[in-house]
Design a protein around this ligand. Structure first.
Ligand SMILES: *[C@@H]1O[C@H](CO)[C@@H](O)[C@H](O)[C@H]1NC(C)=O
Length: 437
């Protein structure tokens, strides 16, 4: 079962054919150190489960000296370096090494183990200058018998990102929060016990991937969300004309046929796209923009092959999502129904929640449709990313854009409301603001 999963990742054609051109989670350059509790309270059966869980969450990374290197420390009274960073050059080798780790038993000196990771493991990396992300994942089932505050602070100050995974009822939440990066909602994970640890696998995988692929934070209300602010990244705010947005408090930007919104993908998505993301666009389609078929957003390879795209067709009143596929060059899903209002000349928010196996469309917060996807490939980042281009050409379609973002956390989809849209504001019975039209 697990091996099948791995083969999907290692067969990634993109990785095989062009080592430096492709990007995604699998090709992120990480030094990843697992710090695993092997104290008596864990027990040998649960320790085996913890090992399997680590193997599972590692499967999305390409293990090699180019990409992700993994080290494993098991600790009780003292830390034991089970696997040094960079020892294994393939996923299969690494899995075998993790499987053969034997359970230690003893007390729980978590602070000491983190210190060991900082002083002896991260620092031993042979490729210190290339590594983009240094990530520690601390898995523990109980309260540490030594201090964790100082060393965790020191580690974070050195740029090491720490995730704290608490398993079972004996854990101390405040301790996990002390260990992990902030916000703790993003860096602390819980499982009720080892038998249910598989339930936090997807979220751990996504978080690890986000950490590698989504470095930027977009301030949204008071929270910081990871993602890509394309209004800034694609220079829409500097290249297009500023106009009033959907509400008086919002500004928007009007593109004309002579505005060219094109950037090198390497600058926009230097490490590709995460396995899950939320595409959000608040736009107004008037005149030709409401009649033509065009790519609101597209990522093309150097050979102009589609890596990702959101295509709008005013003619058919559809929205099409294009992405990579492990089976073919590309896969396309068409949302055929219930998108008429998007083309009515008013402000609307279009949202696509992309997950590894499905994509869900929303219009002004209303879910429209969910469609299954084939597994996706890492994307080529050697080409260009463009906004509002007619299919197959470099001609710009004059759309008005207020918001254009990609969030890395799929749960952001639930939090990203379309409050800036008049009809949604009204249905929430919030105070009405005049609509500029
Ligand atoms: C690891 O992955 C396999 C296959 O998906 C799953 O059956 C198993 O429960 C997972 N184990 C843990 C501990 O996460």
């Amino acid at each position: 079962m697990y091996l099948k999963r791995v083969s999907v990742f290692t067969l990634c054609l993109c990785v095989l054919t062009s080592v430096y051109l492709c990007a995604g989670c699998s090709t992120a350059v990480n030094d990843l150190v697992y710090i695993v509790d092997g104290s008596w309270s864990v027990g040998s059966a649960d320790f085996e489960t913890a090992k399997q869980w680590l193997i599972n969450i590692t499967s999305q990374f390409d293990i090699s000296s180019y990409y992700t290197q993994v080290a494993v420390i098991q600790y009780s009274d003292t830390p034991r370096l089970e696997i040094p960073l960079g020892l294994h050059q393939s996923g299969a080798e690494l899995i075998q090494a993790i499987q053969s780790i034997t359970y230690l038993g003893g007390n729980t000196q978590t602070g000491r183990a983190i210190r060991f990771a900082v002083d002896h493991v991260f620092s031993s990396s042979q490729r210190a200058s290339q590594v983009k992300h240094r990530i520690a994942v601390v898995v523990t089932d109980g309260k540490s018998q030594d201090d964790v505050v100082d060393i965790s602070m020191e580690a974070r100050a050195q740029g090491i990102t720490i995730f704290a995974v608490g398993v079972g009822s004996e854990i101390t939440t405040s301790e996990l929060i002390t260990i992990a990066n902030k916000p703790s909602s993003a860096y602390v994970l819980y499982a009720e016990d080892y038998t249910t640890i598989d339930r936090i696998r997807d979220s751990m995988e996504q978080k690890l991937c986000e950490e590698s692929v989504c470095p930027t934070r977009i301030p949204v209300a008071s929270r910081d969300e990871k993602g890509f602010e394309l209004m800034v990244g694609m220079k829409i705010q500097t290249k297009a004309k500023k106009i009033p947005g959907s509400l008086v408090s919002e500004a928007a930007y009007a593109l004309t046929v002579s505005t060219d919104i094109t950037e090198n993908t390497k600058e926009i998505f230097p490490e590709g796209l995460p396995p899950s993301y939320v595409f959000v666009a608040t736009i107004r389609l008037k005149g030709t923009a409401s009649k033509l078929t065009f790519d609101l957003w597209r990522v093309l390879s150097k050979d102009k092959e589609f890596q990702a795209a959101v295509t709008l067709s005013g003619k058919d009143k559809t929205v099409t999502f294009t992405t990579t596929s492990i089976r073919q060059k590309e896969q396309k899903v068409v949302f055929k129904d219930n998108f008429q209002t998007l083309y009515d000349g008013k402000w609307h928010q279009l949202k696509l929640l992309v997950r590894p196996t499905q994509v869900t469309s929303f219009l002004d917060d209303e879910p429209i449709q969910e469609i299954l996807l084939d597994p996706m490939e890492a994307i080529y980042i050697n080409g260009e990313t463009q906004v509002a281009k007619r299919r197959g050409t470099d001609i710009t379609v004059p759309v008005e854009i207020q918001k254009l973002r990609l969030y890395c956390d799929p749960y952001q989809s639930e939090r990203e409301t379309a409050c800036e849209i008049y009809s949604v504001v009204r249905s929430l019975t919030m105070p009405l603001l005049p609509l500029q039209d």
